[in-house]
Design a protein around this ligand. Structure first.
Ligand code: NI
Length: 227
């Protein structure tokens, strides 16, 4: 499931993040690439251990924890600490698939990457190119969202970031290990939850909504792998 989630960050939070990132010392993105990625990755990244990266990552995690659409769509078990990248001057990241397993910094624990996330921190009119192109069974989808908006997509997808030919593209990116490993099961639960929310808001029959809500939780119980 490919899903755009609007307004993860407020305007004040976006401006704060951009101020921090504009003063940050960036390094070559190859520092964190696997073998496959290293062949095609051309961008800059903020080292994960830098205080500004940790503080901004915590801010994003705090916003995600209370974002109903993110929780409903991702059903997160573990969220990788958000990282930050910068593309400019023709930089790009060619076609690749994200590593299946990543080490959580400073813990020795591992996370399975079920969902990949990009949170845009630049507005589309600030740069040319820089589209996140994601391939699924329906073809290739180009994603370029306003600052503060986020896209979620299955980590199993081939994807790329096209060259940024002018301006600068700032973004945060991270992964989610979901309680629901399978993308199709997760999409079904998200659809069911959305229906329940809509029926509740429309004042539908209480007993019917109760039964549907029970079905949602019983499916979740059947499939969930909490950590
Ligand atoms: Ni990637």
């Amino acid at each position: 499931m490919l899903l755009a989630i609007p307004d993860v960050l407020s305007l004040d939070q976006i401006n704060f993040a951009r101020d921090q990132l504009n003063q940050a010392q960036w390094v070559d993105g190859l520092a964190s690439a696997g073998y496959q990625g290293s062949q095609v990755k051309h961008n800059l990244q903020l080292p994960e251990e830098r205080p500004e990266a940790l503080a901004l990552g915590d801010l994003i995690l705090a916003m995600l924890e209370r974002h109903p659409q993110f929780i409903s769509a991702a059903l997160p078990a573990v969220v990788y600490p958000p990282m930050f990248n910068l593309y400019g001057g023709g930089q790009h990241f060619g076609r690749h698939i994200d590593n299946a397993v990543r080490l959580l910094p400073g813990t020795g624990k591992k996370i399975r990457t079920d969902i990949s996330a990009t949170l845009f921190l630049s507005d589309p009119d600030e740069y040319e190119g820089g589209e996140l192109q994601i391939v699924d069974t329906y073809g290739t989808h180009s994603v370029k969202l306003p600052a503060g908006h986020m896209v979620l997509y299955p980590s199993t997808s081939v994807h790329q970031v096209t060259p940024v030919t002018s301006g600068v593209r700032l973004a945060s990116f991270f992964w989610v290990q979901s309680m629901i490993r399978d993308d199709a099961q997760r999409a079904l639960l998200f659809s069911l939850d959305s229906s329940i929310q809509q029926l509740t808001a429309s004042g539908a029959d209480t007993q019917a909504v109760l039964q549907l809500t029970g079905n949602y939780h019983n499916l979740l119980r059947m499939w969930a792998e909490p950590v």
